[in-house]
Design a protein around this ligand. Structure first.
Ligand code: SF4
Length: 273
């Protein structure tokens, strides 16, 4: 059986619950859209497009307000673009307003951090345009490794003087590096290292409600990625029998406001593994 091309998300699904992995990646049952996913896509689109702003005529006096207004316009535009996907979720007006405003706060928070970075660059003697250019990352870059049979989309790769920083954006409420995030960052480091032959200096998450959090990249992080990728391939490349993918029943099956995408198919609380 050929190795499937895994991703940070599929590997983390496997680690969370093998049955869930089976439904999603072997049987390929459809997943259900939810507001967190759609709002995450909207925020990512704004952050990606922000760096394409034409700032050639922006004046250094009052540039902060200009960037904030541009980000606000971007969110409005993206929200309208995603309207068909939002409508599928059947949110009422209050719920939609709540998520829109919450997303606006996150993007304004990010913009505030970006403005500080611009200011720092300008204090080193750069013009506004030079500072903006220096801070513009490579965005939405797809990396795939045939060797490890794994792929990933990296949100932002920053080249800062002699360092490379890899950043992923998250709308998560919690400001912590849980194991799934550490694995995602380890895989990005491995993919980057394999393609470019050098380790990125740091990888991290920009938690949009808070701030950027980075860790240094070392051999241990690469080994973590290699180990986890191999463990999943060793299992998934020899069997597609549902009974080899047992349920892991936890509060992630069903919680107060939602449930696993496959809850109704799986019926975790009605059957034995
Ligand atoms: S409902 Fe629970 S046990 Fe079933 S697939 Fe989802 S996470 Fe796994």
């Amino acid at each position: 059986m050929a190795k499937r091309v895994e991703s940070p998300s599929s590997l983390n699904t496997f680690k969370q619950c093998k049955r869930k992995y089976y439904y999603q990646y072997v049987e390929k049952l459809p997943t259900l859209p939810n507001i967190h996913q759609v709002r995450g896509n909207i925020a990512h689109s704004c952050l990606e497009d922000f760096y394409d702003l034409d700032i050639s005529t922006v004046n250094e006096d009052g540039f902060e307000m200009h960037f904030k207004k541009e980000m606000q316009k971007m969110l409005l535009m993206q929200w309208m673009k995603y309207k068909p996907r939002l409508q599928v979720l059947k949110l009422n007006k209050d719920q939609e307003r709540f998520y829109f405003e919450e997303t606006m706060l996150m993007l304004m928070n990010w913009t505030g951090h970006f403005l500080n970075d611009v200011q720092n660059e300008m204090e080193k003697g750069k013009s506004l345009q030079e500072a903006f250019k220096a801070l513009t990352p490579i965005r939405e870059m797809r990396y795939q490794s045939d060797n490890y049979s794994v792929q990933g989309f990296i949100d932002a790769i920053h080249h800062l003087e002699d360092e490379v920083h890899i950043v992923d954006y998250k709308t998560n409420a919690k400001f912590d590096f849980k194991d799934s995030i550490r694995l995602q960052l380890a895989i990005y480091s491995l993919l980057y290292f394999e393609k470019h032959g050098v380790l990125p200096s740091k990888v991290g998450i920009f938690f949009l409600r808070q701030k950027l959090k980075m860790i240094s990249v070392d051999e241990e992080l690469l080994k973590l990625a290699q180990r986890e990728i191999e463990l999943v391939h060793a299992h998934t490349s020899i069997t597609e029998n549902i009974f080899d993918y047992p349920r892991t029943i936890t509060p992630l099956c069903r919680w107060s406001t939602g449930e696993c995408d496959f809850y109704k198919t799986c019926k975790p609380h009605n059957q034995k593994n």
